[in-house]
Every structure is written in structure tokens, then in C-alpha cells.
Unconditional design. Structure first.
Length: 168
């Protein structure tokens, strides 16, 4: 597009041979949006997208340890101060890192409940909850219903991962 020559391309990243003109960048951004993508050209946004991806992957893998530490996990993966990442995350996403992570876990619980893949006890264990009661209370707090009530409703209340946000 617009005679932009890529030096290299890999998932989520493109390095151009030379700096694009403002017009080229504007047209490139428009073309990306038309195809359902967006240009993340500032480092803060890129960092937060990286953190979100790491947390989504952690939950999707279904192996969150009971004493899982967001602080330790983010620090080990991103090599930046957790408090500054947490503050930046809140500024850009309008929710805390902890809220985002909990919402991701609840969406995974919904998935497993709908597809009847695991018992609530197994789900609680795989997502790092100390008990099924803890999982159930967080589920009710965030969704307004118990896991069993949700299971009866089915897929009606599921969201795509990209649409997970605090409601209310």
C-alpha cells in the first residue's frame, strides 16, 4: 500500500525500509481499519496490547496457579515495573489489570460451562481460584448470576475476548 516497503513482517509487527510520509501513514492506517486492523504506533499502546495478550494466553491455556501473582508474571514477561504498567493499563483501558484478568477468567469459566468440558471444581482449580465458592462469588459479582444459572441460559451472555470490559 502506498509504495511502503517492509524490511520485515511478523505477527503484529512491521518494520518499514524508511519512515513513511504523513499522507502514506494516514492512507495505510485507513486501509488497515478497512480490513479490521488498527495501527498501534506508540510504544505505550503496544506495551499494553502485549500485556493483554499475555494475560489472555495465560487464561486460555487454563493453567493459572492458585497463588498466581500478576505482579510477578508481568514483571517476568515484560521486564518493566509492575506499578507503572498497572497505572498505564488503567489509563488506557479504563479498568485495572486485575479487573481485566478476572474478566478474562470469568469468560473462560463461561466457555467451559457452556461446553460442559469440566466440573466447577476443575474449572476453579485450573483458573487459580482457592475454592469453587470463591469462583462462584466472583462469577456472581461480575455477571449477576451464579454459574449454574448461567449454564441454564447458555451462550446468550458470552462475549468475544476483544469485547470483554467491566459492565455497569
Amino acid at each position: 500500500w502506498n509504495n511502503l516497503q517492509a524490511k520485515y513482517v511478523r505477527l503484529g509487527e512491521v518494520e518499514l525500509e524508511r519512515k513513511p510520509t504523513a499522507n502514506q501513514l494516514k492512507n495505510f492506517t485507513r486501509k488497515l481499519l478497512e480490513t479490521g486492523f488498527e495501527l498501534l504506533d506508540d510504544q505505550k499502546t503496544q506495551l499494553i496490547e502485549q500485556v493483554k495478550t499475555l494475560l489472555i494466553q495465560k487464561v486460555q491455556n487454563g493453567n493459572v496457579e492458585e497463588h498466581f501473582s500478576l505482579t510477578k508474571f508481568i514483571g517476568e514477561k515484560v521486564f518493566k515495573d509492575y506499578s507503572s504498567i498497572s497505572k498505564l493499563f488503567s489509563e488506557l483501558e479504563s479498568i485495572t489489570l486485575e479487573q481485566f484478568f478476572n474478566l478474562q477468567k470469568i469468560e473462560k469459566v463461561k466457555e467451559w460451562l457452556i461446553y460442559n468440558e469440566q466440573s466447577l471444581t476443575q474449572i476453579a482449580f485450573n483458573l487459580g481460584y482457592s475454592s469453587t465458592q470463591h469462583l462462584s462469588s466472583q462469577f456472581k459479582k461480575l455477571t449477576g448470576m451464579t454459574p449454574s444459572q448461567f449454564k441454564q441460559l447458555g451462550t446468550l451472555h458470552r462475549k468475544s475476548i476483544d469485547d470483554v470490559r467491566v459492565e455497569g
